[in-house]
Design a protein around this ligand. Structure first.
Ligand code: SAH
Length: 208
């Protein structure tokens, strides 16, 4: 049953403009049901965000695919993710890049995500419990940075930790809505482009 739904989801993503076959294949390979609480598992391949506890959500598959596509990932890339949440987005990135560094501010969620990475034998994700807006300075510079919580402003730490030519993708708060923004660092300045409307949980400072 989940398999039929998975095929349907892949077709839906393709129709919605996800043309990168490596991304579609990563979505096919990573079992999304493992990142979701048991009572929601039958909806794992619906194109929906779902609750993961601690008032947080696993992002909608389309949004995961779209943000991943905007990152233009190469297999030798080192990626930083802010907002591990369920770990699903990190797992997708792990299939496309050399190494993924992911930061989560809610301890309980990070412990659960780390267990899933281990169960799935994913060994190129490194995670830490911290406020992601401070970045991960021991690992700089990053080729790509993805923020998966609604953000008012890209912190100066984050903008300084991306490589020249690197890309940052983040949902940004704009008036009363949120939009996906893509930033490319050119001559040390972030040049922005606007994409789809989205709905993410907020990016918060500190840890809990
Ligand atoms: N990428 C996740 C999406 C989770 S929702 C997934 O695939 O499931 C966003 C997550 O960002 C939440 O778990 C929230 O606790 C976390 N978050 C919000 N602000 C943060 C910050 N400043 N640093 C680290 N994590 C943060």
């Amino acid at each position: 049953m989940l398999d039929v739904k998975k095929i349907r989801l892949i077709l839906e993503l393709r129709e919605a403009g996800i043309s990168d076959t490596k991304i579609l294949s990563a979505i096919e390979k990573i079992p999304r049901e493992k990142f979701i609480p048991e009572n929601f598992r039958n909806q794992a391949y619906d194109n929906l965000a779902l609750p993961i506890g601690d008032n947080q959500t696993i992002s909608q598959p389309f949004v995961v695919a779209k943000m991943t596509q905007l990152l233009e990932i190469h297999q030798n890339h080192k990626i930083l993710e802010i907002g591990t949440g369920s770990g699903y987005q990190s797992a997708i990135l792990s299939k496309l890049a050399r190494r993924v560094y992911t930061i989560e501010r809610i301890k309980n969620l990070l412990i659960k995500a780390e267990k899933v990475f281990k169960d799935l034998k994913i060994s190129n994700i490194v995670s830490k419990y911290a406020d992601g807006n401070l970045g991960w300075k021991e690992q700089i510079p990053f080729d790509r940075i993805i923020i998966t919580a609604a953000t008012n402003q890209i912190s100066k730490e984050i903008s300084s930790q991306i490589h020249e030519g690197g890309i940052i993708v983040s949902p940004m708060v704009n008036n009363n809505k949120q939009i996906i923004m893509k930033y490319k660092k050119i001559n040390n300045v972030l040049i922005s482009e606007v994409f789809d409307d989205v709905l993410f949980v907020p990016n918060l400072s500190g840890t809990e």
